[in-house]
Design a protein around this ligand. Structure first.
Ligand SMILES: Nc1ncnc2c1ncn2[C@@H]1O[C@H](COP(=O)(O)OP(=O)(O)OP(=O)(O)O)[C@@H](O)[C@H]1O
Length: 273
């Protein structure tokens, strides 16, 4: 019988993870992971602290080779491909790291220009124009000549996002985009992420602890468990909150205190408060 977690849209998924095991030396972080990221979806990697969300993200963006299993990008086996092919596939990815990861000695504009200078042969005037366009997409065109130390945390995130967009990626990966932002800035970033999906047709994979943000933007996802070291639920965060019978998932989604979780008979391990 077909696995109901896979190919739910009928169309071939942009990313397909098949029976993947991730480990550091003898330490297995996650095993037997299988899921699809549908084109145009906002897919959430969820779970308590230390369950392996960032590790899964690393394997998806090409920074960690799985111990077993396959990761298919548009049906092409990423880790079985040559290094040159992997580099080419990787150019379709845009990554926004937690801090924005801007170079402090470069202006915002120079940061956004970096991938264009590294991966294209465009002349400086064309790069400047593209940088202006990418910054305008995130509402940061006025900050092109400012240094990261002169702008707020939310602006750094948006500048990092403009840099992630520089090469017109098909898929964007966000690691804790709202971390450290106040609720209003965080909600503006959510709107921006939704606009990128709806306006540019990007597919987005997101690691986040921020439940309001996940409920607002993610339409699919998996819930990773630190104890069993695999995914224990698949689906949109809001649907998991409302219908998932698993007490770990329910407690995470409803952010119950450990005492309340103990009353359900479930272990609080791996649930971040
Ligand atoms: N390079 C590494 N070498 C060894 N162990 C690692 C390495 N990177 C991460 N780990 C371990 O892998 C496990 C999963 O870490 P990971 O950062 O992926 O979890 P996470 O779910 O993203 O956590 P958080 O929500 O707290 O950021 C942790 O036990 C961590 O200590």
């Amino acid at each position: 019988m077909a696995d109901p977690r896979l190919n739910r849209g009928g169309e071939a998924p942009l990313l397909a993870v098949r029976n993947v095991t991730l480990a550091f030396g003898p330490k297995v972080i996650q095993h037997d992971l299988s899921f699809d990221v549908r084109r145009g979806s906002i897919f959430a990697l969820m779970g308590g602290s230390g369950c392996g969300k960032s590790t899964v993200l690393k394997s998806l963006i090409g920074l960690l080779r799985p111990r077993a299993g396959r990761i298919l990008v548009d049906s092409e086996d990423y880790w079985a491909a040559s290094e040159a092919r992997r580099t080419a596939i990787g150019r379709r990815f845009g990554v926004l790291f937690q801090s924005g990861a801007l170079w402090s000695s470069l202006t915002v504009g120079e940061n956004v220009a970096l991938p264009l200078q590294m991966f294209t042969r465009l002349p400086a005037t064309a790069i400047r124009r593209l940088v202006e366009l990418k910054l305008a997409l995130v509402g940061m065109e006025h900050a092109i000549d400012q240094f990261p130390s002169d702008i707020s945390g939310g602006m750094k995130k948006r500048a990092g996002l403009a840099r992630a967009l520089a090469m017109d990626p098909d898929v964007l990966f966000f690691d804790e985009p709202s971390a450290g932002l106040d609720p209003i800035t965080s909600s503006r970033l959510d709107d921006l992420i939704l606009n990128l999906r709806d306006g540019l047709g990007a597919t987005i994979v997101i690691v986040s602890h921020e439940l309001p943000s996940l409920f607002a933007i993610a339409d699919d996802g998996i819930f990773l468990d630190a104890q069993t070291r695999t995914a224990i639920a698949h689906g949109a965060p809001a649907a998991l909150r409302d219908t998932c019978p698993d007490p770990q998932v329910e407690a995470f989604m409803r952010r119950e205190r450990p005492e309340a979780l103990a009353a359900t008979g479930a272990s609080p391990k791996g649930v971040s408060q």
